[in-house]
Ligand binder design. Sequence first.
Ligand code: EPU
Length: 458
Amino acid sequence: MDDFRIQGGTRLNGRLTVDGSKNAALPLMAAPLLTSEPVVLHGIPPLADVRSMERLLAELGCRVDRSGRSMQVQAQDEKRYHARYEIVKTMRASICTLGPMLARRGEVRISMPGGCAIGDRPVDLHLRGMEALGADITLEGGDIIARADRLKGNTIFLGGPFGSTVLGTANVMSAATLAEGHTVIESAACEPEIADLAKLLNAMGARIFGAGTPRITIEGVEELHGAEHVVLPDRIVAGTLAIATAITRGDVHLEQFPWDHLLALTDRLQEIGVKIERTDMSEPCERCTVHITAPDAFKPVLFTTQPYPGFPTDLQAQLMALLCIAEGNSIVTEKIYPDRFMHVPELSRMGARLIRQGATVVVQGVPELIGAPVMASDLRGSASLIIAGLAARGETTVSRVYHVDRGYVRLEEQLNSLGAMIERVNAETGEVIGGAPSITTRPLGGVQIPATAAHPRA
Ligand code: EPU
């Protein structure tokens, strides 16, 4: 297992391009299961979850050819239908093979995904959607078994206690493309990743209308064909880099920044005092360049995570890290995963003052964070600890960074290219295996944050 060793206090400076979106890529990779023709995807980030999905597709009879960030997937053996526990347990997004497999192959057996570090993550809405399309669903040995001769269009309500479901919408929408007749999904997830998936499916011959709104309609077709598609930039990676820039009072240009998809974050950052400006004004803007600079002192804010276009749960931990050094009290409420706060005790170890009551955390700003050994226990929580480490006084070691590798392509190298000082270290041997050359001898790529700027009230 690897750790990150971070020397805090360096200001980020420079230019970086945002990678393709993991959460768009995973359901897009399942779409080729709906046809026997090849589907070509560009902008696929080389991440652990993408590799797990490649393995799963191979088990499900697909040929996957990869060249750099492009990938061609073609379903060849359509008799395979079992997504085994060994793979599903490594990646919950395996569930997005359910809809395509059922629609095209008439049968799917997929291990029931368990809960995970961020809380209970049921799939009841996915199953309800499949049943509404006419599937017969049973549970056997921990596996969901779904069967149907041909799915039939229906009107389906996908709202749940925490809003709609992103991958549930992806599953039902994908399955309905090959159903007989007309399907309406009410309370559909509006996330940009759903609109991106609909764009690919429509390029494959599907007839989907309204994706990206709460009401999606689908006219079923007899078959789909191959297509080519470029994945959206990753709004969560873009947001993480913007917050990392802000906490170090950096000066960074981010390219391929999905501005239109991040208004909830840019609104909060501007309220905090961070300057985030588009340098091109083309409309609409899913891929623009932004320039981020930050003031010496941050204002506290309130924010609540919500389904899109509200504030994304996947950026809650990262923005909380920034608010730890704001001048005053901030309030953070989590409405998607009420237990997604594993970063709270770890940030506290770095001197943050955080009071949690249920799904709300009061963040009492402190003048500075202090480096400490901390442990990552989920993907976005790890990103928040790394962000905190960038601004903290002294050294922070974040252990178990395999979590962060699931969703960020070599985050340490990206941040180091902006002047951060992060080493990737083998946790067992202590050997430096990547990242900043040697922190003690390395010439500074960035500018040290002056004590007064980094800690305005210190
Ligand atoms: N929910 C149900 N029943 C269901 C499905 C979901 O009650 O059948 C609940 C969940 O427990 C949660 C809420 O509905 O409280 C939303 O869950 P959703 O189904 O939308 O989550 P997901 O589709 O499984 C995707 C992302 C997550 C992101 C959520 C919310 C992927 C691969 N994952 O998960 O991303 O947090 O949407 O935006 O797209 C991450 O990238 O770190 C991550 C966890």
